[in-house]
Design a binder for this molecule. Sequence first.
Ligand code: SAH
Ligand code: TYD
Ligand code: ZN
Length: 406
Amino acid sequence: MACRICSGRLHPFADFGRQPLSDAFVIPGDPGEEFFFHLAVGLCVACSTVQLLEEVPRERMFHEGYPYLSSGSSVMREHFQSLAKRLLTTELTGPDPFVVELGCNDGTMLSVVADAGVRHLGVEPSGGVADVAAAKGVRVRKDFFEAGTAAGILAADGPADVVYAANTLCHIPYLDSIMEGVDTLLRPGGVFVFEDPYLGDIVERASFDQIYDEHFYFFSATSVSGLARRHGFELVDVERLPVHGGEVRYTLARRGARTPAPAVAELLAAEEAAALAEPATLHRFAARVADTRERLVTLLTGLREQGARVYGYGATAKSATVLNYCGIGPELVSFVCDTTPAKQGRLTPGSHIPVRDPEAFADPYPDYALLLAWNHAEEIMAKETEFARAGGTWIRYVPEVHLVRA
Ligand code: SAH
Ligand code: TYD
Ligand code: ZN
């Protein structure tokens, strides 16, 4: 098997078997066949990039009905608002600045830029969420970003001061085309800023549910600095972020244009010391994942035998991997509650657990709640204090299976 970036040899280290598309929520009674693929991950021994072994065609995942909304978490809304404000006061200060966001989704970040009256463009292939952004006053182009798109934007709008992407670059197998596009679009002194789940956090927390169809790459400072170098860029800053279970925000500039911050060398050294891109480390991760599966299935099966009522909380894309890898269906988890309108009334992909409005969570409260949106734990536990008061127990499985009682 060859690396999607450099054609180097891929060393497979974890296999989750046959998996559905993580955001393809099923209409009950729909006779249409679900799409399945083989979910497995490998490490490129040449460029150190961890990646999926099988690529799902992008149109199957990102289309008119793509349900994910960035605005579904108040913590994320604040996160993007503060990032937008920071860009506005640091990078977007020249005359008539211009920022392009790849994967702007429902415009949570760009609406702040739009409100400030600053020139911007969101590039978003998923039509439904792009419409939500447009309704907020965000200028959106419904398209996949790639080299050709970038040339079109440059011709129409001129060069960008900043290209930004959150939780989007890791979704894109064709990174060469992206880097070529960014090179075309960015003005000479501009920056390419992107943030994605961090391999270091995934390995440390055994958060294997970050691995699903849409997450094709699992970046580290080591792999991103190599990617930058191969395209005439340089990794000039890294910032660890607490959101989504641990991410890194990478800043790339053209080689020699900016002095790298000390944080870059520090994170590179930490990755080296942790042997992050070593097969042995990743095999240890895989062993922990198998252990989590065994413990979670044992726990849920035991609860069913006791007659306990168990609901799921948050029909995340991540949960597709947990539920299908562990074989958890409606006999173990009666339903999953979720705030996303496009997920409610449907069934979770592959595992076919009904998704319901969060109001159902309290009507009546379950004995146990499987926290599938564990990356939003603080936010969710803060608003569900009544559940704990009613004697309810949270089930967590990251970094290992454990119960949380208030
Ligand atoms: N930035 C948002 C959304 C992340 S979800 C956030 O952090 O919350 C990933 C988004 O990337 C989806 O909305 C998807 O439609 C979009 N996407 C996928 N491929 C893309 C591409 N080639 N160019 C631009 N956006 C893309
Ligand atoms: P998220 O973990 O952000 O992403 P992914 O789908 O990529 O794994 O998804 C959070 C999901 O949880 C989303 O469907 C909205 C839902 N949610 C709730 O139902 N209630 C909440 O309080 C929060 C924060 C999220
Ligand atoms: Zn490679």
